[in-house]
Ligand binder design. Structure first.
Ligand code: GAL
Length: 246
């Protein structure tokens, strides 16, 4: 399926990673990072929205630190010098757990969403149109980095709504304990395809994932796939639904 104007996602990028943001950032741009924090190997990771491959001009440094109870540093680096830190003394990530981290560019600030919740806002200190690269370093493993420029949706398609429902049951004699994760429903956002996301809390017996959407009249096939990260899970489950066309 072709999409007009949207940059292709980076899939399974190896950290440390630096990649270009085609056309630079614009008001309304969204960058979504799916990954997991490694259980060990360091205390920090960082996402830098910067100018070029050189890290001397970083418009937005987002830096979770698993130190002193956990906090997140936000800052800007200009011509090699850091500015004043903005610290949020709360840690929305967990070691060993997957996450969805989304940066939304707005005219006056970045909005940072973690697992669907607004975590923080960071007022622009330098013009965001200077940003044309993203770099990610530290104690994370990444599944994808995807880009949604303002006003770009899949060509000739209806919006696709996706809802996640986590159900928690305890069953006698169950092989695996279910993690304590409250049921979560993500409110009807619109996603571009192909769409990648993490499964909060991972898969376990009784977990349900409900994906709802609209099959395009021109579709010949569509499908969904649940995959484990290769190094951690030896299996893949996939489903495919074929539709016939007249
Ligand atoms: C420094 C650290 C940098 C960056 C900066 C942000 O202490 O070495 O990597 O995180 O803080 O203010």
């Amino acid at each position: 399926m072709a999409f007009g104007g949207a940059q292709a996602s980076y899939i399974n990028p190896v950290v440390p990673f630096t990649g270009m943001i085609q056309g630079g950032l614009q008001d309304g741009h969204k960058i979504t990072i799916i990954g997991a924090v490694l259980p060990s190997g360091g205390n920090r990771f960082a996402v830098n929205l910067q100018t070029g491959y050189n890290d001397s001009d970083i418009a937005f440094h987002f830096n979770p630190r698993f130190e002193e109870g956990g906090y997140v540093v936000c800052n800007t680096k200009q011509r090699g010098s850091w500015g004043t830190e903005e610290r949020k003394m709360h840690m929305p990530f967990q070691r060993g757990c997957s996450f969805e981290l989304c940066f939304q560019v707005q005219s006056s600030e970045f909005r940072v969403m973690v697992n669907g919740n607004l975590f923080t806002q960071y007022a622009h200190r330098v013009p965001f149109h200077r940003i044309d690269a993203i770099s990610i370093t530290g104690v994370v493993q990444l599944s994808s980095i995807s880009f949604q420029p303002p006003g770009i949706w899949p060509a000739n398609s209806a919006p696709i709504a996706q809802t996640f429902v986590h159900t928690i049951h305890s069953a006698p004699g169950q092989m695996f304990p279910n993690p304590v994760i409250p049921p979560a429903v993500y409110p009807n956002p619109v996603y571009q395809l192909p769409f990648f996301t993490s499964i909060l809390g991972g898969l376990y017996p009784s977990k349900s994932i409900l994906v709802s959407g609209t099959i395009l009249p021109s579709a010949q096939r569509c499908g969904s796939c649940v995959k484990g990260t290769a190094s951690r899970w030896p299996w893949t489950v996939s489903t495919c639904l074929n539709t016939t066309t007249a």
